[in-house]
Write a protein that binds this ligand. Structure first.
Ligand code: UDX
Length: 459
C-alpha cells in the first residue's frame, strides 16, 4: 500500500517508519525543508530508542521516503495521515487546530482519486467533521473519507508501542474507509492487536478519555503517597496491593513528582474546556490538573524539608531533567518547576541529564550543567533524583559520600530502598514511604460513638 504521513514529528515519524517496516511504501511529508534533508541523510531530529536504525533500514530498502511535496507524495496513495502537532492554544487551553486545518486544505488540493484522510493527531471531538467540511469546501469534486485514528504510543517506548499496541481505534462509518484502514493495519492485526471500529466522534473522545484516566490514576496514587507519608504507610505496597486487583491494574500506579510531557498536560486541559463548552464539566479531570500542578512545586518543599528547612546558599544536585527517561523531551517536566522553586528559595542548582540538557538549557537559567552524575554531585549538599534514568539506578554511594559535601538524598521516583542508601550514612527521603520517626508522629485517635440515651433513638 502507498501511505503518506503529513508531519514528520514524533507521531508522524514513528508511525511512518513502522508502517514502512511492515512493508507499506511510505512518504513522510513536512514543510520544514531542513528537517526533510536531515531525515533523507538518516539524521533523526528526536531522541527515540531504535528509531534511527528503523529509519535507516527502511530508507535503504526504499520503502520510506521523505519529501516536502505533498501533491507528488499523494499520487496513488490510498491513505494520508494527518500527524501534525495540536499544542495548547494560548490563553484558553483549547487544542490549537490551525496546523490540522492547514494540512486539510493542502490535502484537499492534492486529491485525485478516492483517498482516506486519517487524523492521527490528538484532536477534540468534532474535529473530523471540521476537516471533512474544509476538504469539501476547498475541493468540491474530491472523493475522500475522513477517519479518526488516534495514536497511543509513549515517548521512549514508541516503536514497541506502535508495533504491539493494546488496541487500534478507527473511527469511521464509511465502508470504503474501513476496508482501507483494515489493510493499513493488517500486519498488526495478524499480531493479534484488536481493531476497534467506532463512530468518528467516539474515536476522538477515546483518546482524550484514555489520557485523562491515566493522568487521574497517577494523580490518585500521588495523593495516596502523601497520605502514606503522613500516616506511616508505604505507597509502593499500597500500589501493589490495589494493583493486583484486576479491575484496577498495576500500571500507572507509580507515585512520583507529578506527570509531565507533551500529552497529559495539554490533553487533560483540552478535554476540560471541551467538556465545559458542552455544559458537562469533568470535575475529576479539573481537579487532577490542579493537584498535579501544585505537586511539582511541592516537591521543592520536600527537598527543602530534607535539607533541614532551608536551602539558602546550599548546592543541590539534580539528577534527571526530562519528564521521563529515554527521551530528551522537557515539555512540562516536573524538573523545571522544582529547579526554579529551589532557586527561588536561594539554592544553587547543579544538574545532569543523559539526553535532555540541550533542551533544558533553553528553559532553565543559572543552572550549572554537569558532564556526569558524579560531576553533578561533586560538592553538593543534597542529591535529588527527579527522573528515573537507568543510569541512576545503581549509583556508587560510597563514591558519592566522598565527593558530596552533605549527606542527603531525595529520591522522587523511589528507585532505591532506604536501607541501601542509609547504610552509607545518607539521610534518605522518598515518595510515600516513611521512617520510624514519621510513623510515630501519626496516631489514630481512639474515638467511639457516644452511647445513645435510651428513648432518644428515632427522635
Ligand atoms: C502518554 C500516554 O501514555 C500515551 O498513550 C499518549 O499517546 C501520550 O501520552 P507519554 O507522555 O509519552 O505518553 O509518557 P507516559 O509514559 O505515559 O508518562 C507520562 C508522565 O506520567 C511522565 O511524566 C511519567 O513520569 C508520569 N508517570 C507515569 C508517573 O508519574 N507514574 C506512572 O505510574 C506513570
Amino acid at each position: 500500500m502507498r501511505i503518506v504521513l503529513v508531519g514528520a514529528g514524533y507521531v508522524g515519524l514513528v508511525s511512518g517508519a513502522c508502517f514502512a517496516d511492515f512493508g507499506h511504501v511510505v512518504t513522510c511529508v513536512d514543510n520544514d525543508a531542513a528537517k526533510i534533508d536531515a531525515l533523507r541523510a538518516g539524521r533523526i531530529p528526536i531522541y527515540e530508542p531504535g528509531l534511527d536504525e528503523l529509519v535507516e533500514k527502511n530508507l535503504a530498502e526504499e520503502r520510506l521516503n521523505f519529501s516536502t511535496d505533498l501533491k507528488a507524495a499523494m499520487a496513488d496513495a490510498e491513505a494520508v495521515f494527518i500527524a501534525v502537532g495540536t499544542p495548547s492554544r494560548r490563553g484558553d487551553g483549547h487544542a490549537d487546530l490551525s496546523h490540522v486545518y492547514t494540512v486539510a486544505r493542502e490535502i484537499a488540493r492534492s486529491i485525485d482519486d478516492f483517498v482516506v484522510v486519517a487524523t492521527k493527531s490528538t484532536v477534540p471531538v468534532g474535529t473530523g467533521d471540521a476537516v471533512e467540511r474544509i476538504i469539501r469546501e476547498t475541493n468540491p469534486d474530491a472523493d475522500f473519507a475522513v477517519v479518526s485514528n488516534p495514536e497511543f504510543l509513549r515517548e521512549g517506548a514508541a516503536i514497541t508501542d506502535f508495533k504491539r499496541p493494546d488496541r487500534i481505534v478507527i473511527g469511521t462509518d464509511d465502508e470504503r474507509a474501513r476496508v482501507v484502514m483494515g489493510e493499513v493495519y493488517r500486519p498488526l492485526y495478524l499480531n493479534q492487536a484488536p481493531l476497534l471500529f467506532t463512530a468518528r466522534r467516539t474515536s476522538e473522545l477515546i483518546k482524550y478519555a484514555a489520557n485523562a484516566f491515566l493522568a487521574m490514576k497517577i494523580t490518585f496514587i500521588n495523593e495516596i503517597a502523601d497520605l502514606c507519608e503522613a500516616t506511616g504507610a508505604d505507597v509502593q505496597e499500597v500500589a501493589r496491593g490495589i494493583g493486583l486487583d484486576n479491575r484496577i491494574g498495576s500500571k500507572f500506579l507509580h507515585a512520583g513528582p507529578g506527570y509531565g510531557g507533551s500529552c497529559f498536560p495539554k490533553d487533560t486541559q483540552a478535554l476540560v474546556v471541551t467538556a465545559q463548552d458542552a455544559a458537562t464539566p469533568l470535575r475529576l479531570v479539573e481537579t487532577t490538573i490542579a493537584v498535579n500542578d501544585t505537586r511539582k512545586r511541592a516537591m521543592a518543599r520536600k527537598v527543602t524539608a530534607a535539607c533541614g528547612g532551608k536551602v539558602l546558599g546550599k548546592t543541590i544536585a539534580v539528577l534527571g531533567l526530562t519528564f521521563k527517561p529515554n527521551t530528551d523531551d522537557m515539555r512540562e517536566a516536573p524538573a523545571v518547576s522544582i529547579v526554579r522553586a529551589l532557586q527561588d528559595a536561594g539554592a544553587r542548582v547543579h544538574a545532569y541529564d543523559p539526553a535532555g540538557m540541550d533542551q533544558a538549557r533553553q528553559l532553565l537559567d543559572d543552572v550549572v550543567f554537569a558532564a556526569s552524575a558524579y560531576d553533578c554531585a561533586e560538592g553538593a549538599d543534597a542529591l535529588v533524583i527527579v527522573t528515573e534514568w537507568d543510569a541512576f539506578r545503581a549509583l556508587d554511594f560510597k563514591r558519592l559520600a566522598e565527593i558530596m559535601r552533605g549527606r542527603i538524598v531525595v529520591d522522587l521516583r523511589n528507585i532505591y530502598q532506604p536501607e541501601e542508601i542509609e547504610r552509607h550514612g545518607f539521610v534518605y527521603a522518598s515518595i510515600g514511604r516513611t521512617n520510624a520517626q514519621s510513623r510515630s508522629a501519626y496516631v489514630l485517635r481512639e474515638t467511639e460513638a457516644e452511647e445513645v440515651p435510651a428513648g432518644a433513638a428515632g427522635e
